[in-house]
Design a protein around this ligand. Structure first.
Ligand code: DC
Length: 215
């Protein structure tokens, strides 16, 4: 069974998706981490962002694997490094690219082809798994999302003001909602959950109910 969770950045998708997967005994696929690792490997390889051919090649050649909430670049665990704001800032160079997305979609389908998965991202219910058994569109107001992101980053030792976070968030929303492929849109058959004012436990409970068909 495939459960998809899509929504804008900062809606709390990752923590909720991870907990949902754990509760259901499913595996968890963080597709954002897959785009992030490509940015990291492009930076390390000193590829210029305007060199699209090199970026596509980098996507083909980058050896990475995802394991629950960890991501490995070769044999190096880069799970923390890929969360750095500089990676988020440059993400659109790979995430807005048609051919890179095609390669990533293929890879995501192949990863989730065996077993039960909670797949989290922007295009999981629309493009990658249009026939998923359960689809959730998880969102929250811009202000709420920025506040949560601030707490999340602070826990990782990154201190940013709310204004800085909102600027980055607006920039990412702009790309996520408008990119030519894989743009962020609620699938017609997804259940929308707006998490303003809900606790983490309440959100997870709501999602468990949705997966079990009680909502
Ligand atoms: O979920 P996240 O913030 O870690 O995702 C990082 C970026 O990757 C985000 O700005 C949008 C992009 N992304 C995407 O385009 N498609 C996905 N399926 C997942 C993430």
């Amino acid at each position: 069974m495939i459960v998809t969770i899509d929504g804008p950045s900062g809606a709390g998708k990752s923590t909720v998706a991870k907990k949902l997967a754990q509760t259901l005994g499913f595996r968890y696929l963080d597709t954002g981490a897959m785009y992030r690792v490509l940015v990291l490997s492009a930076i390390r390889a000193e590829i210029r962002w305007e060199n699209e051919e090199a970026l596509v090649e980098n996507c083909r050649n980058t050896e990475f694997h995802v394991e629950g909430d960890s991501i490995w670049l070769g044999d190096e665990n880069v799970s923390n490094e890929i969360r750095h704001p500089e990676i988020s800032k440059q993400i659109w160079h790979v995430a807005d690219h048609v051919r890179i997305r095609e390669l990533m979609v293929e890879r995501q389908r192949s990863i989730a082809s065996f077993g039960n998965y909670v797949c989290e991202g922007r295009d999981q219910g629309t493009v990658v798994f249009p026939k998923a058994e359960r689809k959730v569109f998880l969102t929250a107001s811009a202000n709420e999302r920025a506040k949560r992101r601030q707490v999340e980053l602070a826990e990782k030792g990154v201190d940013l003001s709310l204004v800085e976070i909102e600027e980055e968030q607006n920039e990412r929303d702009l790309h996520d909602y408008n990119r030519p492929v894989g743009r962020l849109v609620k699938a017609d058959d997804a259940v929308e959950v707006v998490t303003d004012g809900m606790s983490f436990e309440q959100v997870v409970h709501e999602l468990v109910m949705i997966v079990r068909g009680s909502r």
